[in-house]
Design a protein around this ligand. Structure first.
Ligand code: GLU
Length: 484
């Protein structure tokens, strides 16, 4: 490859970051970075009717949070700017006029009403009607007269009447379409703005983009883009179209139907690194079966050949599992810093040691938002039923639990030091003395202390954290419940 690889992320500012869009950005970043190339950010805001206040900030923020650092873009500049389409207005019209001069495009003055009536009279139904080239026949003088009179106009691409257009896509392979099927699409709109279809070609060329990566919904328009490159005499980029990210076998992920955006996942307690890792695998797989990758590792491993054309299903369970793996692998100090605000909020008004609780949580937490439900019992013993004392594997039932709690209360009461070692030694010695299995003593104590079927930590850790007085109070309560 003689050109430096240049990819671009070209989002339209909609106000949130779709999972599919983030995956596109990630692959663009990885294609560039895995080959020493550049990753460019371009904001596509020519659809002025759809602009959303603050939406560009969501894009910057997401790229920053995920570490997909762009090399050029509206906020940092670069030699191919401006990087916001609305700031590039003048040049689109100039390029469109060049095509008109070459006979590759033409002015169209048809009114909305006329175009509507074309649709109505269309045999294939109203949804699609090819433009009937009414204005293609206008002479140069007629066009000039209309322009001089200030009539509103659009500029349309003139498609070849016959033959085929073929292109190669890295993911989907060779694609060929009949030119006769292609509509004379609008390049410049009546408001003077280019359509996406025109602007993306002009910008990708002027920004020297080598690889265009985008959703497969653009696949069917790509022949038209290729014809534009040909009309200008420009080299077309390498095309990499990505299959949709699906909710299930039949439905695409869709924000409108309640599927989560990147921000939603972050707000629900997922780690950015885990989201990025998970998204990398939605349509790409490494040569081996490795699943856990840091962004740096992805940059080293990513290979375009690992892209797949079968749609991937977004599986929240798998992401949750992966998130748990990231939590476990995290340096404890970092884990504690991130967990502390949620712990402090959930346990406000208590003086339990949050660091100790965090250490227990780290081994089993899957998302930050699970914290309140997992630690609530430290603050207040929930209402629970005595059936919790029955545990098959621990070989306990009400009767054993009652005997265990009754014996354990005075032993713990008599402890001078209250720490894990002291509690552990006392309880293990007691189980030995009672000639029961450790679990038959520890499970009932754990249950009495938490009132929950599962807890982060067993009897000894919970007793240590709750303190002597509260531990004894809860065990006595359990005792009384079992006596019934
Ligand atoms: N602005 C388009 C979108 O957000 C970009 C498509 C492309 O990457 O060319 O869908």
């Amino acid at each position: 490859m003689d050109r430096c690889i240049r990819t671009r992320f070209a989002p339209s500012p909609t106000g949130y970051m779709h999972i599919g869009n983030l995956r596109t950005a990630l692959y663009e970043y990885l294609i560039a970075k895995s080959q020493g190339g550049k990753f460019i950010l371009r904001i596509e805001d020519t659809d002025q009717g759809r602009l959303v206040e603050g939406a560009t900030d969501v894009i910057y923020k997401t790229l920053e949070m995920t570490g997909l650092k762009h090399d050029e873009g509206p906020d940092i500049g670069g030699e191919y700017g401006p990087y916001v389409q609305s700031e590039r207005m003048g040049m689109y019209m100039d390029y469109a006029k060049q095509l008109v001069e070459k006979g590759e495009a033409y002015y169209c003055f048809c009114t909305k009403e006329r175009l509507e009536s074309l649709k109505e009279s269309n045999a294939e139904g109203a949804a699609f009607a090819k433009y009937d080239r009414h204005c293609l026949g206008l002479s140069a003088e007629e066009v000039q007269a209309k322009l001089d009179a200030g009539e509103p106009f659009v500029i349309r691409q003139k498609m070849p009447d016959s033959g085929t257009t073929a292109f190669h896509d890295v993911v989907y392979g060779d694609i060929t379409v009949e030119n006769a099927e292609l509509d004379d699409q609008i390049l410049m709109k009546a408001d003077g703005f280019p359509t996406y279809n025109f602007a993306n070609v002009v910008d990708d060329h002027l920004m020297n983009i080598t690889h265009v990566v985008r959703g497969s919904e653009y696949l069917s328009s790509t022949p038209k883009y290729n014809l534009l490159y040909q009309a200008f005499g420009w080299e077309a980029p390498v095309y990499v179209h990505l299959p949709a990210v699906m909710r299930d076998a039949h439905h695409k992920l869709s924000k409108r139907h309640g599927d989560k955006s990147f921000e939603d996942l972050v707000n629900e307690g997922y780690l950015v690194e885990a989201i990025v890792n998970y998204i990398a695998l939605l349509g790409w797989s490494p040569a081996d079966n490795t699943e856990i990758f840091s962004l740096k590792e992805l940059e080293e491993t990513f290979d375009i050949a690992g892209l797949s054309k079968s749609p991937s299903i977004f599986d929240i369970k798998k992401l949750t599992w992966m998130n748990g793996e990231y939590m476990k692998a995290m340096d404890f100090e970092k884990f504690f810093t991130l967990a502390e605000p949620k712990l402090a909020a959930a346990l406000e008004g208590t003086d339990v040691d949050l660091r100790k609780i965090a250490a227990l949580l780290q081994k089993r937490l899957e998302t930050w938002n699970d914290i309140p439900a997992m630690v609530g019992f430290f603050k207040e013993l929930p209402e629970y039923g005595t059936e919790l004392y029955t545990h098959k594997k621990m070989k306990t039932n009400d009767e054993i639990a009652l005997a265990s709690l009754e014996a354990a209360v005075p032993v713990l009461e008599g402890l001078a030091d209250w720490n894990e070692t002291a509690i552990h030694d006392a309880l293990i010695a007691l189980a030995g003395k009672m000639e029961i299995k450790n679990g038959q003593l520890l499970w009932p104590v754990r249950t009495a202390l938490s009132g929950e079927p599962t807890s982060p930590g067993g009897a000894i850790e919970l007793a240590d954290i709750l303190g002597k007085e509260e531990t004894l109070r809860r065990m006595q309560k359990g005792n009384a419940m079992l006596k019934g």
